[in-house]
Write a protein of this length. Structure first.
Length: 313
């Protein structure tokens, strides 16, 4: 993701490896072009780096780590709690990571929930975070979690999915039930296609088009008595009923006070797949972010707020 090309890493030496020579230097000029298969190239690069380190020629990264720590201290990870008392999606994901722990395998779909899962779960081990990078594939989470569970049957596997992504591939829950693949799916249900809605909010003057996944309040039937604040119309489909129809355990959580108990309940169910419908605030946003067509230096850490890029010496 280069952003505006003329400002992309102007002082860097770029090593570009690709199996197709036509792709080399296609956008950013490569200082070191390598044409070859990804698996073979990375294997040889790792060996070369290890040989340099063993020869005492490793890079001194002390200053770089100091800079990173300075940025982390100045711009710590955080989020704003919704004013209406509804669930913050970041809180839900943070609690999943804390209660489930770093030994589990985490899989994410594509969108806001993907970014929050990368940010708010402490990923400590290689191979424990499965992510559809690049352009991203909606619907990735459920089948990827299935593959992870089959490949590592003794591991706890959690799929962090969005209500839009989940509807792309949720039919595979039938496979999970029939073939005994007890994954756990946490649906971060904000009632819309969250990442697209965020862009429509920030860059299209709140002109929302084809992003709502629930019924409008005026068209929805009266809400149940226990429905939380701001949660009208988030039952299309009813994911708990859908999960149960596929032979899974279906749970729902709408209040911060119930998050831990709901996650712990899911962890106790190991004889079938579990689907949790976390009803979260519909307007929560991912930060930081970079607008399309701008420089990566123009990153925003919140609405209309940019970091100060003074570099420490």
């Amino acid at each position: 993701m280069t952003g505006r090309l003329d400002s992309f890493a102007p002082g860097a030496a770029v090593v570009h490896a690709d199996i197709d020579p036509a792709e080399i230097s296609k956008n950013r000029r490569a200082d070191v072009p390598i044409v070859g298969d990804c698996k073979e190239v990375i294997t040889e690069l790792v060996a070369a780096v290890q040989a340099e380190q063993e020869a005492g020629q490793g890079a001194d990264l002390t200053a770089w780590w100091s800079q990173l720590d300075a940025w982390r201290n100045t711009y710590p990870l955080g989020y704003t709690e919704p004013d209406d008392g509804s669930l913050a999606p970041q809180f839900v994901i943070e609690r999943i990571g804390s209660l489930v722990g770093p030994d589990a395998v985490y899989v994410a779909g594509v969108g806001q929930h993907q970014m929050w899962a990368a940010q708010f779960i402490s990923h400590e081990h290689p191979g424990h975070w499965l992510n559809s990078g690049g352009l991203g594939t909606m619907g990735y989470a459920v089948p990827a979690a299935m593959g992870a569970k089959v490949g590592r049957p003794d591991a706890v596997v959690w799929a962090i999915d969005g209500d839009g992504c989940f509807q792309m591939t949720n039919q595979e829950l039938a496979t999970c039930t029939v073939d005994g693949i007890p994954i756990k799916v946490a649906i971060i249900n904000n009632g819309n296609l969250g990442m697209v809605r965020q862009w429509q909010t920030l860059f299209y003057n709140e002109r929302y088009s084809n992003t709502d996944l629930d019924r409008a309040a005026s068209a929805a039937p009266p809400a149940p008595a226990d429905t939380g604040p701001g949660q009208l119309g988030t039952r299309v489909p009813d994911f708990v009923k859908l999960a149960e129809a596929y032979g899974c355990a279906g749970l729902r959580c709408e209040k911060a006070a119930d998050v831990d108990a709901t996650i712990e309940r899911a962890m106790q169910i190991n004889d079938r797949p579990v689907v949790i419908d976390f009803i979260v605030h519909r307007d929560a946003m991912v930060w930081p972010m970079v607008a399309a067509g701008t420089s990566n230096d123009d990153i925003k850490l919140a609405r209309d707020m940019a970091p100060d890029w003074d570099v420490t010496e």
